[in-house]
Ligand binder design. Structure first.
Ligand code: ZN
Ligand code: ZN
Ligand code: FE
Length: 762
């Protein structure tokens, strides 16, 4: 009997899978799937993703492809699967082949993920060999970005390289049916990293966890080495511990985040909706801003003058071991403004004045990664700080772009590298106003360029001449002999929101960009802008009436100076009955008035952030600030939510082809309300409604004039959930299409994305 030619019965396909497909259990998934369908072939990683060859009958191959597309492993994120038919080879068996490195190819890296339920069950099982082991992980969970030195993602190229696996761990690692097959950070108490406790000159390795808990009870502050850096932690119910932490850190009022053991604990301390619960328990485990409940035993010093509280759940096995019924303050370990501390020696040097004791470990942190911060409005996640758990997950762009390095701005800095349709936004770097942070930025940039194999064809920065990032970009462009592109701050904000919402290269929006500070082409400070915006250019349709910012920093730190400047600019008296006037000495008033009248040491600003500051002081909520946006945060916190109408209003004045939005009538109404003893909450509400209402009115006006019906919202002012929520509701009620940030922050942490997209289009 003659056997039919192989090709009649057998088919062979070469597949290439891209996306986040490494370090997420993809190869064992493929292996087990192929085995179950009796397909032969191979699977492997390279630095473009995963390649697969499968051979077998037609139906099984189709079934395989169907499973691959619709039921991949939980942490995988497939971007594309391409297939090519090949001649069947008559192979038998399925194998996982060694990683193949192509030096210049681009692939993606998974963010760090919280410990999974399977690992957690083992952590708590006294019979398990990893019982109580703080570094338990598997292919479905654990560290990624923070331990990866280079790609492909293999143990020798991670900070686990120095921990050879014991026989038991190696067996799991080699077994394609095991949850730890090729889990690169796989470890156990025999072979893996370890923790130890240091207080004064004594070290305790046996009882480290117990010693830390004991110290919490004594009101001590502990520096704890985590996933992406150190935290400073203390008992969140202990006033004097938190007071000490604030004094040592030089952090007067800025809220601290707390870590709570589980959702039940969260419900005790805060109101939490279903979507907030989903975020708290998501594998990114961000800090979620929640409405705080009163009288719960949590220290008021955690978040003074603030109704919101930042809460996160434990995300590493170590956190699970540390958390019991005591809620913990968990704040980034650094002095205000400095980068996060990540190494043991560095910690013992720099944190010795901040912490009473240390919980250290010997798994190195390759890159710093702060906790992410989000809040929820209308069941949607709004990012405020996009870092651990999110970075370096790519933003998928609506069109392919050139390889670009965008260096971002100054505050809440991030940078962005692009490759084809991926924009990879870095984790939060911090406020880039000192050299230490600049060095941390530089390290991270080098790491990303190497990891993602990006050779920038241009570098892009903000127009601001004095940003450290802009100076760095200039030097970098020169040394690499590539063009330097400067992008206007608010154009970058709006391009970011357009790009993350998938707007194509020919779209036009009415962009409302409201923030604190952005350098403008006319050398003033913008920040209350309505821009007709495309990826190629923008036109200033309207803006908040500029006021003189007298004394720069002094004005930003002292909102009463802004309130007085606004009154002066609107021709209103500095009436001694007003709270913002009462707090100023006669001498300061005299000097300020002279500065305003003569324009001495002043710069004009149309910043909406400054209007929020001024109103906060005018109605007596906050006259001086100790952290950025404090006045606006506290103003929002005071809003009486039962007030739904009667907004204050603006006057519109035509000037040189643009509309100028003059808040004089708004200020007059506030003063009238103050005199009538209207409650602060009502005034705060009427102010928020005024901004939302003005956006809708201006939106309708320009829709009628230009036919553009998409409103884009960006800029730090839209971190204000009350404002954002009202604005979206009111715009949608008028059938205006609205896009806002859901992937990157609306604050300056998002502008690197916009810069990168603009630079590649311009
Ligand atoms: Zn796991
Ligand atoms: Zn081991
Ligand atoms: Fe900004």
């Amino acid at each position: 009997m003659k056997t039919p030619p192989l090709s009649h019965t057998l088919h062979r396909q070469h597949l290439r899978v891209t996306g986040i497909v490494q370090g997420v259990g993809f190869r064992p998934f493929v292996y087990n799937l192929a085995q179950s369908l009796n397909l032969s072939g191979l699977v492997g990683n390279d630095n473009q993703g995963v390649f697969i060859e499968i051979e077998g009958d037609f139906t099984s191959i189709e079934h395989f492809l169907e499973m691959l597309a619709h039921h991949p492993p939980p942490l995988a994120h497939i971007e594309s699967v391409s297939r090519t038919a090949q001649e069947p080879l008559g192979t038998t068996g399925f194998t996982i082949v060694h990683s193949q490195q192509q030096p210049d190819a681009h692939t993606l890296v998974s963010p760090d993920l919280c410990v999974c339920d399977d690992c957690l069950a083992e952590l708590r099982n006294p019979a398990d060999r990893r019982y109580g082991y703080p570094f338990i992980n598997c292919t479905n969970c654990g560290p990624r970005l923070t331990i990866i030195r280079d790609l492909p993602y293999d143990r020798p190229l991670t900070t686990m390289a120095g921990f050879p696996m014991c026989a038991d761990c190696q067996r799991e690692y080699d077994d394609p049916t095991h949850r730890r097959f090729h889990a690169q950070p796989n470890a156990c108490p025999v072979c893996g990293p370890r923790i130890w406790y240091v207080r004064d000159d004594t070290t305790d390795e046996q009882d480290a966890i117990h010693r830390v808990k004991e110290a919490f009870q004594q009101g001590k502050i502990i520096a704890i080495k985590g996933l992406g850096g150190f935290h400073l932690a203390c008992d969140a119910t202990n006033n004097s511990a938190i007071q000490t932490l604030r004094e040592r850190k030089g952090r007067v009022d800025k809220p601290f985040a707390v870590m709570l053991r589980d959702l039940d604990a969260v419900r005790r301390y805060a109101d939490v909706s279903a979507s907030e619960e989903a975020l708290l328990t998501s594998r990114q485990r961000p800090i979620v801003l929640l409405n705080r409940k009163e009288q719960t035993g949590l220290s008021p010093l955690v978040a003074p003058h603030n109704h919101a509280i930042g809460v996160m759940l434990p995300y590493t096995p170590l956190h699970h071991l540390l958390l019991d019924d005591t809620p913990l303050v968990m704040t980034s370990a650094n002095y205000s403004g400095d980068p996060l501390v990540k190494d043991n020696d560095e910690a013992q040097q720099k944190l010795s004045h901040l912490a009473d004791a240390f919980l250290l470990h010997n798994r190195d942190i390759q890159v710093r990664c702060d906790d992410s911060v989000v809040r929820v409005i209308q069941q949607q996640e709004i990012p405020l700080r996009r870092s651990r758990g999110y970075a370096p997950f790519p933003v998928h762009l609506p069109f392919p772009v050139k390889p670009i390095l965008a260096v971002g701005g100054e505050l809440k800095a991030t940078f962005c590298v692009t490759n084809e349709q991926h924009a990879i936004l870095s984790q939060h770097i911090g406020d880039m106003d000192n050299l230490e942070t600049l060095h941390a930025f530089e390290d991270s940039v080098a790491h990303y360029l190497r990891l993602f194999r990006v050779q920038p064809e241009a570098v892009v920065c903000d127009l601001h001449p004095r940003y450290l990032s802009s100076g760095w970009a200039e030097r970098y462009a020169e040394s690499q002999r590539i063009p330097l592109i400067k992008v206007q701050h608010h154009h970058a904000h709006l391009a970011a929101v357009m790009a993350e919402n998938g707007l194509g290269s020919t779209e036009t929006v009415l962009g409302f960009c409201f923030d604190g500070t952005g350098y403008s082409p006319d050398h003033t400070i913008w920040g209350g802008e309505v821009l007709r915006t495309t990826y190629r250019d923008y036109q200033r349709l309207a803006y908040l009436k500029p006021i003189p910012l007298a004394g720069g920093d002094a004005a930003v730190k002292n909102p009463y100076r802004l309130a007085l400047a606004y009154l002066w600019s609107s021709g209103l008296e500095w009436d001694e009955g007003l709270p913002c006037v009462q707090v100023v000495s006669a001498q300061e008033k005299r000097i300020l008035r002279r500065q305003l009248e003569r324009g001495i040491n002043t710069v004009l600003t149309s910043s909406m952030g400054r209007l929020f500051d001024a109103i906060a002081s005018l109605i007596g909520v906050r006259h001086s600030v100790t952290y950025e946006a404090q006045a606006a945060v506290e103003l929002e916190s005071r809003v009486d939510r039962s007030v739904r109408d009667t907004p204050y209003c603006f006057e519109w004045v035509e000037s040189a082809g643009s509309l100028v939005l003059d808040p004089s009538p708004l200020l007059q109404s506030v003063i009238a309300d103050l005199r009538a003893n209207v409650p602060v909450g009502v005034m705060a509400a009427r102010f928020h409604l005024a901004i939302a209402d003005m956006i809708v009115q201006i939106g309708l006006h320009f829709r009628a004039k230009t036919g553009i019906d998409t409103i884009a919202l960006s800029g730090g002012v839209f971190q204000n959930a009350t404002l954002l929520e009202k604005t979206i509701q009111h715009l949608e009620a008028q059938h205006l299409k609205v896009i806002h940030h859901r992937i990157v922050p609306s604050n300056d942490g998002g502008i690197a994305l916009g810069q990168a997209v603009l630079a590649s289009v311009l």
